[in-house]
Design a protein around this ligand. Structure first.
Ligand code: NAD
Length: 488
């Protein structure tokens, strides 16, 4: 599928152009000559109009039963499912990940809406035993009001889906601001919900910059709760803005995720897990493995196998058959990745593979780079501490399990953490002691079950509410406690 897609913002049930008449164009990261989509660039005026529409739509949507709201979500799931191939292709063209990765992500959005549609039958409160006879004590789950969602570009349909579905199920109305490098999937999600019968104003979509649209949402007294996924710096700022007016805040941010490889591990398994978790999605996943911490005894054998596998990966346009890894999302992201690699080498890391831009042949107009492996990395180097968000793996040596754990916990982030071992005791000790929201044993650090809670600790998250799973409704609703005395 080719051709320029034209989008408008969704405000109060209408698809509207921006008042300032400015447009945002997205380009294909695999060939930046191709314009993929064009959007009206919203600003403060659009954000405020969207908030007003959401406020007006709230009473009627909140007044519907959860089951009726759930029907809309289930119907949206079916609509997305029917358009899966078309949406996945568009996702690849705008964000760059391979078609297989994009198809998996669209499927995730389909499943999330199906899950929360079904969950609508369980939405409610709890009956509790009262101390006295003839008394009923129960909780009711209620919506919050107008909720703002601010999302990143790297999972442009899955993340909007995993925030939107529980927000809507709970009876909130929403203003969603997608990230500017890849807004198409959020707009398509909106279109599917409109087609599924979502009432006007319940979901509003505004494309625009963080410092205009994002800031307006973060500072508006209309917004009673804001869920954000993105970088740690922006998340911290928004959290502070919300705290001032004591609005509810859910900030899910970056990671510096370790995979520990112990001496008893199946090294072929370890290498294949690290390759998938480090270079899959071009390393542009918050849960990507960016540090591999290897027991010294197996370090040479592990590193040799890792480099051989990295060298065999095919980098190219994600729509081309056989491609393992697509481009970086943008020229800026590519440049930042390469600067991190150069900085690591300057600090004493050894470039074991990669480190260069790829701009030969079909790759001449895209933001491609080699999958990169750095050795001789010490825990204090920048490359071992900061999130790169690209296909760059730093390999660190550890003396033993305890040393590996200490290194793994020695960063400010705590999102996902993997361990490769055959030792069940060490696996359980790892689950006990690792400072991370998600622990994977003999599995890739990326990849989540939609029915399970997800979120980080330390600087990866505000760590107050989890996303995903049935518990996602906690952030988007409140409990009211009712005491009823019928004894008299
Ligand atoms: P980003 O922080 O640059 O942007 C995220 C969103 O915030 C975008 O929509 C952006 O426009 C908006 N924004 C920017 N400045 C703003 C401001 N001042 N006020 C309000 N909104 C503002 O992040 P990104 O580059 O889009 O995404 C990559 C980051 O997201 C990485 O750090 C990655 O680890 C993180 N991420 C985390 C998770 C998770 O679940 N923990 C998942 C995916 C991505």
């Amino acid at each position: 599928m080719t051709g320029l897609k034209q989008y408008a913002n969704l405000i109060g049930g209408e698809w509207v152009p921006a008042t300032a008449n400015q447009r945002l164009e997205t380009r294909n990261p695999a060939d930046a000559r191709e314009i993929v989509a064009s959007y009206p660039l919203g600003g403060t005026a659009e954000a405020e109009a969207a908030l007003a529409a959401a406020r007006d739509a709230f009473p009627a949507w909140a007044g519907m039963t959860a089951v009726a709201r759930g029907r809309v979500l289930s119907k949206a799931s079916q609509i997305l499912d029917a358009r899966k191939t078309e949406l996945a292709t568009l996702l690849t063209r705008e964000e760059g990940k391979t078609l297989a990765e994009a198809t998996g992500e669209v499927q995730r959005a389909v499943d999330i809406f199906r899950f929360f549609g079904g969950l609508s039958y369980t939405w409610g409160g709890q009956t509790l035993p009262h101390d006295l006879p003839g008394n009923l004590l129960f909780t009711r789950r209620e919506p919050l009001g107008v909720v703002a969602l601010i999302t990143p570009w790297n999972f442009p349909i899955a993340i909007p889906a995993w925030k939107l579905a529980p927000a809507l199920l709970c009876g909130n109305t929403v203003v969603l601001k997608p990230a500017s490098p890849a807004p198409a999937m959020a707009m398509e999600l909106g279109a599917a919900l409109v087609e599924a019968g979502l009432p006007k104003g319940v979901l509003n979509l505004v494309v625009g910059e963080g410092r205009t649209v994002g800031e307006t949402l973060a500072n508006s007294p209309t917004v009673v709760a804001l869920s954000f996924t993105g970088s740690a710096g922006v998340g911290q700022k928004i959290h502070e803005q919300l705290a001032r007016r004591m609005a509810r805040s859910q900030m899910e941010m970056g990671g510096k995720n370790p995979t520990i490889v112990l001496a008893d591990a199946d090294l072929d398994l370890a290498v294949s897990l690290v390759i998938r978790a480090g270079f899959g999605l071009t390393g542009q996943a918050c849960t990507a493995t960016s540090r591999v911490i290897v027991e010294r005894g197996v370090l040479p054998a592990f590193t040799e196998k890792l480099v051989a596998k990295a060298a065999a990966l095919k980098v190219g346009n994600g729509l081309a058959p056989g491609v393992d890894m697509g481009p970086a999302v943008s020229e800026g992201q590519l440049a930042s990745n390469l600067v991190y690699v150069q900085g690591a080498v300057a600090q004493g890391a050894r470039l074991l593979f990669g480190g260069r831009r790829l701009n030969d042949g079909d790759r001449a107009h895209g933001w491609f780079m080699e999958p990169t492996v750095l050795g001789n990395v010490s825990p204090t180097m920048t490359i071992a501490c900061e999130e790169v968000f690209g296909p760059v793996i730093a390999v660190l040596a550890a003396e033993d399990f305890d040393d590996a754990l200490r290194i793994a916990n020695g960063v400010e982030f705590g999102l996902s953490a993997s361990l490769v071992t055959r030792d069940l005791k060490k696996a359980m000790l790892y689950a006990d002691r690792i400072e991370a929201g998600v622990v994977k044993i003999n599995q890739i650090s990326t990849g989540l079950a939609l029915q399970a809670p997800f979120g980080g600790v330390k600087r990866s998250s505000t760590d107050s509410f989890k996303e995903q799973g049935a518990g996602a409704v906690e952030f988007y609703s409140r409990l009211k406690t009712v005491y009823l005395d019928y004894s008299a």
